[in-house]
Design a protein around this ligand. Structure first.
Ligand SMILES: NC(=O)c1ccc[n+]([C@@H]2O[C@H](COP(=O)([O-])OP(=O)(O)OC[C@H]3O[C@@H](n4cnc5c(N)ncnc54)[C@H](OP(=O)(O)O)[C@@H]3O)[C@@H](O)[C@H]2O)c1
Length: 285
């Protein structure tokens, strides 16, 4: 396997003109965070896009690692997410500012509503989403969030939000890998100017032993993970593979020195079987 520098990670334009690096590093709860790996990603691999969430309980440690890395804040794309327990206008504003202060940053590049459902009583999901979104719109106008978006939103959630608010989300972060290709949603996002960002690009590892993926990996002398990440990139999808292992982080960054052919893309495109490896918002009203 050859290693090429990752410093020139391409970006995808958001509707407000910001540029999001097409590959980022994920973090998560349950073994999803390692200080040394973040340091390694930032200082050795040139990673400049990190995805986190309040839910992952690593905001404080991540903020410390970013400072220790010496990477200039303005050179880093930092995405954070608002957990449904913090929905409502008032709670959302507080949660975002608390997250900023916990991480020791003045702003987030992207701030997402993590999930379309809220278990708050006496209020429909739709009303709750609209009320919470109002807070994100204000945080955006105040510059605390340079872009705002949603995660796990389906077309009907996005349509309702469009009717109920004034700022169209800049990004929708959704599960996306060869087994889970929500093509209608992707097309809707494209038409609405919403950048489609894919999470769990390796299907949490499930896709790495698929025979088609293995065959394409062998042909290109790349790893199965690199094939899946490259497939996302060539589909124009921002992708955030997560690893806490240095070797894998490096591997997952080395995805710009080769190209999948049309036949490879088509073969991977046929692997969709509809499975979700994380969570499924289909039944959320
Ligand atoms: N918005 C949402 O609701 C949502 C939901 C889920 C995830 N996310 C975001 O998306 C990120 C990625 O998703 P994910 O963690 O669910 O799944 P993923 O990135 O598809 O897969 C992560 C798993 O694959 C392993 N792995 C990583 N690179 C590998 C490689 N090169 N070779 C072999 N195995 C490898 C990791 O193990 P090691 O760490 O041990 O290497 C981990 O077990 C998360 O970190 C999070 O930031 C968002």
């Amino acid at each position: 396997m050859s290693f090429e520098p990752v410093l020139s990670c391409p970006t995808v334009p958001l509707s407000n003109g910001l540029q999001i690096p097409i590959v980022g590093l994920g973090t998560s709860h349950y073994g999803g965070y390692s200080h040394d790996s973040i340091m390694y990603a930032l200082t050795e691999c040139g990673v400049r896009h990190i995805d986190t969430a309040k839910r992952y309980s690593c905001e404080e440690k991540l903020g410390k690692a970013i400072r220790e890395s010496g990477v200039v804040r303005s050179d880093l794309w930092l995405t954070n997410k608002l957990w449904p327990g913090d929905y409502t206008y008032k709670a959302a504003k507080k949660a975002c500012l608390d997250s900023c202060s916990l991480m020791g940053v003045e702003y987030f590049d992207l701030y997402l509503m993590h999930w379309p459902e809220s278990s708050q009583p006496h209020c429909s999901n739709r009303e709750m989403r609209a009320d919470t979104w109002r807070a994100l719109e204000e945080l955006y106008k105040e510059g605390v969030c340079r872009a705002i978006g949603v995660s796990n939103f389906l077309i009907h959630h996005l349509e309702q939000l469009k009717e109920d608010s004034s700022v169209i989300p800049h990004v929708n972060q959704v599960e996306y890998h060869p087994f889970q290709q929500p093509n209608h949603l992707m097309e809707y996002c494209r038409q609405e100017g919403i950048v489609f960002e894919g999470y769990s690009p390796l299907a949490k590892g499930q896709v790495l032993s698929n025979p088609t993926v293995l065959q394409i990996a062998e042909k290109h002398r790349r790893t199965p993970a690199q094939i899946c990440i490259r497939w996302s990139i060539q589909n124009g999808v921002v992708t955030i593979p997560k690893s806490i292992k240095k070797k894998r982080i490096q591997e997952n960054c080395q995805v710009f020195g080769f190209q999948l052919e049309g036949a490879d893309m088509a073969a991977l495109g046929r692997l969709h079987d509809g499975r979700h490896v994380t969570w499924d918002p289909t039944n959320v009203e």
